[in-house]
Design a protein around this ligand. Structure first.
Ligand SMILES: *[C@@H]1O[C@H](CO)[C@@H](O)[C@H](O)[C@H]1NC(C)=O
Ligand SMILES: *[C@@H]1O[C@H](CO)[C@@H](O)[C@H](O)[C@H]1NC(C)=O
Ligand SMILES: *[C@@H]1O[C@H](CO)[C@@H](O)[C@H](O)[C@H]1NC(C)=O
Ligand SMILES: *[C@@H]1O[C@H](CO)[C@@H](O)[C@H](O)[C@H]1NC(C)=O
Length: 277
């Protein structure tokens, strides 16, 4: 009897703890997501006050069920899976603690004025499929560790101030179907495994790489070709100059001949009309 009682007390206690934890999970959200939002809000500046409802009360439970009332946050199963804060005049930087949103599949902070570097910690977002940080003021290098996000489909970093080389590791991303690093300050050779990908993997043309002065290699035009085309322009300029000189010279000659003939004819007429004395 005593043993049985003890057992049922333990069971009751266990059930109580379990229900308390479940209840707490319903009331407060995931602590990782909370850390993610709290730190991201701190690192971003919001002069236009577009994130006015990004407040602490909401951070504690950003996903009440399947939806979120927080601007730009989308949830699935109580976890944040999409963050979309585009064209909100945001400044500041991207917090490395963004990596605490461990279920994140899509991160779109495009068309703002966010500066600083792309935190290498994004590598911990192992579910990330879409990364759009285009049209900002991001600087520094693209971390090779980004290739650890094996599900990446979209990398759009165009229109920033990124420097350094394009990490060849990105070429190993099997699912990558959109890649755009145009209009940055990248340099060096375009990794062959991005430009000429194996098998059926989508290839990226010059529009993915253009607008980086010090970037070279296929599929961009070779530097030599650029040199040649400048020479060609000079050549065409010189050639057409000489041609027009020749043409105008011959024109002048012909004109002179014609006038000479006319003069002669005129002289002839005059001599004809002159009476013979
Ligand atoms: C937060 O802001 C967004 C858009 O500005 C709005 O759709 C949402 O309803 C707001 N949420 C709350 C709880 O006020
Ligand atoms: C949150 O992110 C920071 C920075 O990447 C990391 O040091 C920390 O371990 C993360 N915390 C959790 C709970 O994942
Ligand atoms: C990234 O965001 C920009 C601006 O919001 C948009 O024009 C572009 O299409 C997006 N990139 C991709 C690959 O969806
Ligand atoms: C380059 O690729 C993009 C899509 O990846 C396509 O929309 C565009 O037409 C291509 N440009 C050229 C010149 O082939």
């Amino acid at each position: 009897m005593l043993v049985n009682h003890r057992f049922s007390y333990r069971l009751l206690f266990f059930l109580l703890v379990l229900s308390f934890e479940t209840a707490q999970r319903l009331v407060s959200g995931d602590p990782n997501d909370e850390a993610c939002l709290t730190n991201l809000r701190q690192s971003l500046e919001d002069p236009a006050n577009n994130l006015r409802n990004w407040t602490k009360t909401f951070f504690s439970n950003p996903c009440s069920g399947f939806t979120s009332s927080l601007h730009g946050v989308t949830c699935n199963n109580g976890r944040i899976y999409k963050l979309s804060l585009t064209d909100l005049s945001l400044r500041g930087s991207i917090s490395p603690y963004l990596s605490n949103c461990t279920n994140l599949q899509s991160l779109d902070l495009s068309s703002n004025q966010i500066s600083g570097e792309i935190p290498p910690q994004l590598q911990y977002l192992v579910n990330l499929a879409v990364l759009n940080l285009s049209a900002n003021r991001l600087s520094g290098e693209i971390s090779p560790q980004l290739a650890l996000c094996a599900y990446l489909n979209v990398i759009d970093l165009h229109g920033n101030q990124l420097t350094g080389q394009i990490p060849p590791q990105l070429g190993t991303l099997a699912r990558l179907s959109t890649f755009d690093v145009s209009d940055n300050k990248l340099s060096g050779q375009i990794p062959a495994n991005l430009a000429m990908r194996n098998g059926n993997l989508p290839r990226f043309n010059a529009s993915s790489f253009s607008g980086n002065k010090k970037l070279f290699g296929y599929p961009l035009e070779e530097m030599k070709n650029k040199g040649l085309s400048i020479m060609a322009i000079v050549g065409i300029g010189l050639g057409s100059g000489i041609a027009s000189l020749v043409i105008s010279f011959t024109g002048v000659c012909i004109w002179l001949k014609i006038t000479e003939k006319k003069m002669e004819e005129e002289e002839g007429k005059i001599s004809h009309s002159m009476p013979d004395y």
